[in-house]
Structures are given as structure tokens and as C-alpha cells.
Design a binder for this molecule. Structure first.
Ligand SMILES: Nc1nc2c([nH]c(=O)n2[C@H]2C[C@H](O)[C@@H](COP(=O)(O)OP(=O)(O)OP(=O)(O)O)O2)c(=O)[nH]1
Length: 312
């Protein structure tokens, strides 16, 4: 077995959502391939310390903020690497590249450079996962009211919707879900169906969201473009990772109106549970739009919720 080489890599992000990629120099492994700036963690360093050092050495950049994001393993011919990705949204200094053949700012929805290093495919997909997911509540407020909220939220930039309507009957649920998918697609937003894999396929949804008990029962990932799951424990998160899911929801982080009696996790426990996972995690439960910064600091990709997530 090859020794594991730890690597810190930076998803350096501008406010318009573009990320910085570097093209590997001719004298390296995979010359000409594109990567996220970073490099090997040296003895005695944490991945974060390595990240700060590498970005200073390679790009002349002083990192002001770095949020832990994903950790992925990949076995190359030359090494078994464990890639610790951080999101870097703030830095000081003008970027001066010292090691790459070229640098390029790229939008995750349409990468125009390639090829990418082989380990990075799932990373590029994770970058396309929006940061906020709103979960429908038509069973509580009525289909018309929910669709009106959806229109407003899409117009305000919402790009990820989970259709979760256990209270609607089969036909009503299908008609409502079709309506949501059409409206989401008109805005380039993703629409996922809770639990019902067949319904998701039938109506052309982008994927399915698995409740925890369905996640536990599955042996293989359903064959849809986007598949995520609700998790409450580290074991459930690891099962989502084993199945190769695209994201997980983890909560409740804070007390919620619907379950005030449940013991919330709190941010420190959330951060511990999502540490070194290979898939993005959205924080759920008792959160509002203002909590995104705290969520990212604690290792979340973003947030999901019902009530406050429909307020445009
Ligand atoms: N920096 C970076 N490395 C990546 C990414 N994806 C990926 O598979 N890798 C792999 C390629 C290499 O095997 C390893 C990084 O090692 P490296 O050789 O570039 O590291 P380094 O800058 O410390 O270089 P050196 O000390 O060997 O000169 O991680 C990525 O997006 N960014």
C-alpha cells in the first residue's frame, strides 16, 4: 500500500462565484493539467497551516479567511493523496504566481479550461451545488401560496429546492412537484424530490433527497444526477459518503419551531461531525440567511431550511 500524502488545496473564491485554477508546470506530475492552488502538508503542519504557507509561497497571497470544506482521497500511480480542500474567500495582496504555467478564474457552472487533475471531478460537481436549499411546505401553507413563494425566491436568486410534501395525496403531490420543477428549470435552479425516486424520474426532476431511513436501507446510489440525504449522526454521513452521494443535510443545528423539544447539535458538534468528509454538507435546523458565515466557518457548504428560507 502506498503511504498517504496529505495535500492542502484552496478554492479561492471571488464574490461573483468564480474560482482560481492553476495549470501545472511542465516539470511536475500531470503537466498541463489544472488544479486548485496548494501543495503537500509538511511534517508538523496542520492542513490549514500548509494552505497558508503554500498560498504565500506560490501566489504571494496572505490568506485572511479559510473555511474547511471537503477532504477527498485519491490513489495516483505516484501517490495515495488525501486532499484537504478549503474555501478561501478573503485574502490580502495582489496575486503573483510563481509555480504554475498559467492561472485562470473560472465559473463552476461552466469550466472552460481542462483537463482537470483526475481527483478533482467530484470537487467541480460539489462547487455547482448551491449554498442555500429551500424545502417546500405546501402541505402547511397550500400549493398556491407555496408556488407564489417559490416564484419570489427564484427571482431573488434561490437555486436549489427540495420538494417534500408527505401531506399531499399522490396526484396532488405529482401535479405540485411538476409545477415546481418547471419553475425551477426556467431559472436554472435544481429541483429534488424527497424520497420518491420514481416520481423524481417521471417528472424530470434533477434528483432525489433520501430520508435517513432510506439512506440506511440502500446499497447503491440511485441513478439520478443529484442524490443527497438527511443525516443526524456521523455514521449516517459516512454511509452517504460510501454511496457516493452528492451532499448531505445535517441537523438540527439550532432549536426549531417544529421540534423545540429536540436537543440541537450546536456549531462545535456540527464541525466535529463533518470533519474530513468527502461530500458537501448543508446545515439544517433553526437557521436563517444570516447564519451562512457561521455555517461556513464550521465546515458547512451551505444551509437548508423551511420557513426562513422562503423569505425573499
Ligand atoms: N495542489 C493541488 N494538488 C492536487 C489537486 N488535486 C489533486 O489530485 N492534487 C494532487 C496532485 C499531487 O499528487 C498532489 C499535490 O502535490 P504537488 O506535487 O503539487 O505538491 P507541492 O506543491 O508540495 O509540490 P512539490 O513539493 O512536490 O514540488 O495532490 C488540486 O486540486 N490541487
Amino acid at each position: 500500500m502506498k503511504k498517504i500524502v496529505h495535500v492542502a488545496a484552496a478554492v479561492i473564491t471571488r464574490p461573483d462565484g468564480s474560482v482560481l485554477l492553476g495549470q501545472r508546470a511542465p516539470d511536475t506530475f500531470y503537466p498541463g493539467y489544472w488544479e486548485f492552488p496548494g501543495g503537500k502538508v509538511e511534517a508538523g503542519e496542520t492542513p490549514r497551516e500548509a494552505l497558508v504557507r503554500e498560498l504565500s509561497e506560490e501566489l504571494d497571497m496572505e490568506v485572511l479567511e479559510a473555511h474547511p470544506w471537503l477532504t477527498r482521497e485519491h490513489v495516483y500511480e505516484h501517490a495515495h493523496v488525501s486532499l484537504h480542500f478549503f474555501e478561501v474567500p478573503a485574502w490580502r495582496g495582489e496575486i503573483h504566481d510563481r509555480v504554475h504555467a498559467a492561472l485562470s478564474w473560472q465559473h463552476p457552472e461552466r469550466f472552460e479550461v481542462g483537463p482537470m487533475l483526475p481527483a478533482n471531478g467530484p470537487i467541480l460537481k460539489a462547487l455547482r451545488l448551491p449554498r442555500r436549499m429551500a424545502i417546500t411546505q405546501a402541505g402547511d401553507i397550500g400549493c398556491d401560496a407555496q408556488l407564489a413563494q417559490l416564484d419570489k425566491a427564484l427571482a431573488a436568486g434561490l437555486r436549489l429546492v427540495q420538494i417534500r410534501e408527505p401531506g399531499l395525496s399522490g396526484d396532488a403531490r405529482e401535479a405540485f412537484a411538476r409545477n415546481v420543477v418547471t419553475r425551477c428549470h426556467a431559472h436554472g435552479a435544481l429541483a429534488l424530490v424527497n424520497e420518491d425516486i420514481e416520481l423524481a424520474r417521471r417528472i424530470g426532476a434533477d434528483g432525489v433527497h433520501l430520508p435517513a431511513r432510506q439512506l440506511a436501507a440502500l446499497e447503491n446510489r440511485p441513478d439520478l444526477e443529484w442524490v443527497g440525504a438527511s443525516c443526524h449522526t456521523r455514521d449516517e454521513l459516512l454511509q452517504a459518503a460510501r454511496l457516493g452521494l452528492d451532499y448531505a443535510l445535517l441537523g438540527s443545528v439550532a432549536p426549531t419551531a417544529s421540534h423545540p423539544e429536540r436537543n440541537p447539535l450546536g456549531w462545535p458538534a456540527f464541525a466535529e461531525m463533518v470533519r474530513n468528509l468527502p461530500l458537501p454538507v448543508l446545515a439544517l435546523g433553526g437557521l436563517g440567511p444570516d447564519d451562512l458565515a457561521a455555517a461556513k466557518t464550521h465546515g458547512a457548504h451551505g444551509m437548508a431550511g423551511i420557513r426562513s428560507f422562503w423569505k425573499a
